[in-house]
Design a protein around this ligand. Structure first.
Ligand SMILES: [Zn+2]
Length: 116
């Protein structure tokens, strides 16, 4: 039990130190701040493969199902905002993917259709 807790804490520290490796400067500053908060919140969640492209993301008694390939989460936050929520971000961390690459183009400073 103690070994499992140690492993979990070390994994979390490692993820926070290495990730995200780079910040994308083309994302709107307010969206970047929102993503940083979501990334920080994601450190409290744990992702496990649930078969196929599905991941079960848990924190205590809370749980969500994330599908990166469909850019969806059972809480629907990702679909509604086009920004990955903490549930999806924890899966990206497990898969060593940069969450900034999942931010919709409408939040880019370079996009002609950007949302102000
Ligand atoms: Zn969610």
């Amino acid at each position: 039990m103690l070994k499992a807790i140690f492993h979990s804490v070390m994994k979390r520290i490692d993820a926070q130190e290495q990730w995200p490796a780079s910040l994308d400067q083309s994302i709107e500053p307010r969206i970047m701040k929102k993503m940083e908060k979501r990334i920080e919140k994601a450190s409290f969640w744990e992702a496990n493969r649930a078969g196929g492209a599905y991941y079960s993301v848990t924190h205590g008694s809370d749980a969500s199902i994330v599908t990166l390939t469909e850019r969806s989460c059972s809480c629907k936050s990702w679909e509604l905002s086009n920004l990955p929520y903490s549930h999806a971000i924890v899966v990206m961390r497990e898969e060593r993917l940069n969450p900034m690459t999942f931010v919709h183009d409408c939040y880019s400073t370079k996009s002609p259709t950007r949302i102000l």
